[in-house]
Write a protein that binds this ligand. Structure first.
Ligand SMILES: [Zn+2]
Length: 146
């Protein structure tokens, strides 16, 4: 383990990295976007349906104070986590596949911010969620052909 990867693990906070962590952990630091959320890497538990490639979790609510003092709800922060599991597609796919994954997850960020998106909620730990996730990925691929 290099000093650089140790620093990255500290940046990932309490998220653990898997021993198979290779490609994702190399040069993919945690990114923050002024209160909208973050992109990080970590171990995403799977089940008999598989191991998610990436997930977008809903974070804290975002409120904006208006000039008149009123407070407006703007949505929720998002935490995108890219799986560090070496067996997942993000660690085995092409740059195009990884771009599709990121665009898919950013669609969930739009939803969390209450912005228009064609990406629907999905949960890769249920059969219906896996199907919804595949539909979302197919939609992104259709709009962003290789
Ligand atoms: Zn999704």
């Amino acid at each position: 383990m290099t000093q650089h990867s140790t620093t990255r693990q500290k940046q990932a906070g309490n998220r653990r990295t898997s021993p198979g962590d290779r490609r994702v952990s190399q040069g993919f630091p945690r990114l923050c976007c002024r209160g909208i959320g973050e992109i990080t890497v970590g171990n995403i538990p799977g089940n008999n349906l598989g191991t998610p490639n990436a997930i977008t979790a809903q974070g804290q609510p975002i409120y904006e104070t208006q000039p008149d003092g009123s407070v407006v709800f703007r949505g929720f922060q998002s935490i995108i986590t890219i799986s560090t599991n070496a067996s997942t597609a993000f660690n085995n796919g092409s740059a195009y596949d990884n771009a599709i994954t990121l665009l898919h997850e950013l669609g969930h960020v739009y939803a969390n911010l209450r912005m228009a998106t064609a990406i629907t909620p999905d949960n890769n730990l249920t059969a219906a969620g896996v199907a919804a996730s595949q539909t979302n990925a197919a939609l992104v691929r259709s709009r962003c052909p290789q």
